[in-house]
Ligand binder design. Structure first.
Ligand code: ASP
Ligand code: MG
Length: 412
């Protein structure tokens, strides 16, 4: 029997009525001849409420109990979805993570999936079950404790099940109807993409396009699981949404497929550090030990054996970064004269696999920004991405200018 994985996010299962609506879609795929594994999130807002309860009860909470509490939201939806399907005469049952069992690493609140044995669920399919409704976001550690996969983790659960069971496709139902060339709230010309390559989606997800958890895209790319992102609020259409797939399946790739941004960035410069082997390693080693999420790094030109070292990180990590480097300086581990922080920058990036085979993308990007009088503060590039830091007040303008410059409003 061909198998489909269908994942429903919190807004798609927010009320009993919505659960009934999406259960009909599941029923339709069963009628189309599929066995279905449904992965559900908690009802919209539930996980936040549970996290709030944990924090109020115990600010320095035991992460194992955090997981015990926050994983419960998905259990409720899984049971309700199974009941709804049964009411529609679709043979279904719910599965909590430990019942599968979905085995995870012991890192509570940020666990990784280690193994998904297929025997238990397949045995039930063989007995006539048509739909396995699995609670997303959760699994069980070797010690037998419940562990969760980090916020947004149900996407990763869904892709992992699709890989483990060799599903034909993994459909991720959400409240947007696909992946856009940029955030439609910023550019009215944003257009839904019909297809996007795994690598591009990975860049967009890690740059803050919040449609999919980054790890789910990594997993889909590794196991070549075609993903479809679509809305559960629109009428049924077999070609709806955006297909995230292998680049070979995209005939004519765009040079640039999307413009992404991340609003709350900061630029930190350590002024006058010694320019000799081991210095960068000492600075960034210390920052990484303190779990500061450093993104872009530039080392300036050196004069008389001293140089400036600049990096970017999210604004809410600046205080920690500052304390970390000051402490390291006090301990004599690193040396700099001054630290200069610019808290008012944002990052804007263009992404596209076509960049591998086309030149001139960077020049075009810089040209479009300069035509708007936007000063570029830091630049980094990868094979399929160019990112710049600019003043935050130019975010909207920069995104719109780049979207226009690369002609993204045209159908691709
Ligand atoms: N309910 C969890 C969260 O809100 C997991 C998920 O929905 O993906 O993060
Ligand atoms: Mg989500």
């Amino acid at each position: 029997m061909p198998l489909l994985v269908m994942k429903f996010g919190g807004t798609s299962v927010a009320t009993l009525d919505r659960i009934r609506r999406v259960a009909k879609r599941v029923g339709r795929e069963v009628a189309n001849g599929y066995d279905v594994i449904v992965i559900v999130s908690a009802m919209a807002g539930k996980t936040n409420e549970l996290v709030g309860w944990v924090e109020e009860t115990s600010p320095l909470f035991d992460a194992r109990e955090y997981d015990a509490v926050v994983s419960s939201g998905e259990n409720v939806t899984a049971g309700l979805m199974a009941l709804t399907l049964q009411e529609m005469d679709v043979p279904a049952r719910s599965w909590q993570g430990w019942q599968v069992p979905l085995k995870t690493s012991p890192v509570h609140a940020a666990a990784r999936i280690e193994e998904i044995p297929t025997d238990n669920i397949n045995a039930k399919f063989a007995e006539g079950m048509k739909v396995a409704v699995v609670a997303g976001f959760q699994g069980v550690t070797e010690e037998g404790r419940i562990a969760t996969l980090g916020r947004g983790g149900s996407d990763t659960t869904a892709v992992a099940f699709a890989a483990a069971f060799g599903a034909e496709r993994c459909d991720i139902y959400t409240d947007v109807d696909g992946v856009y060339t940029t955030d439609p709230r910023i550019s009215q010309k944003a257009r839904k993409l019909e297809k996007i390559a795994f690598e591009e989606m990975l860049e967009l997800a890690s740059l803050g396009a919040k449609v999919l958890q980054t790890r789910s895209v990594e997993l889909a790319m590794r196991y070549k699981v075609p993903l479809r992102v679509l809305s559960s609020f629109e009428e049924y259409d077999p070609n709806a949404g955006t297909l995230v797939c292998d680049e070979e399946e995209i005939m004519e790739s765009n040079v640039v497929s999307g413009v992404a941004y991340s609003r709350d960035e900061a630029k930190v410069t350590l002024v006058s550090v010694a320019d000799r082997p081991g210095v960068a390693s000492a600075i960034f080693g210390t920052l990484s030990e303190a779990a500061v999420n450093v993104d872009m790094i530039i080392q300036n030109i050196s004069e008389e054996g001293r140089t400036d070292m600049t990096f970017s990180c999210p604004t809410n990590q600046v205080a920690r970064a500052d304390r970390t480097v000051q402490d390291a300086r006090d301990k004599g581990l690193i040396n700099f004269h001054d630290i200069v922080v610019d808290n008012d920058v944002c990052k804007v990036s263009v992404v596209g696999i076509g960049m591998r085979s086309h030149t001139g993308v960077a020049a075009k990007m810089f040209d479009a920004l300069s035509a708007e009088g936007i000063n570029i503060k830091v630049i980094t590039t990868s094979e399929i991405k160019i990112s710049v830091l600019v003043d935050r007040k130019y975010l909207e303008l920069a995104v719109q200018a780049l979207h226009d410059a690369f002609g993204l409003e045209k159908a691709g």
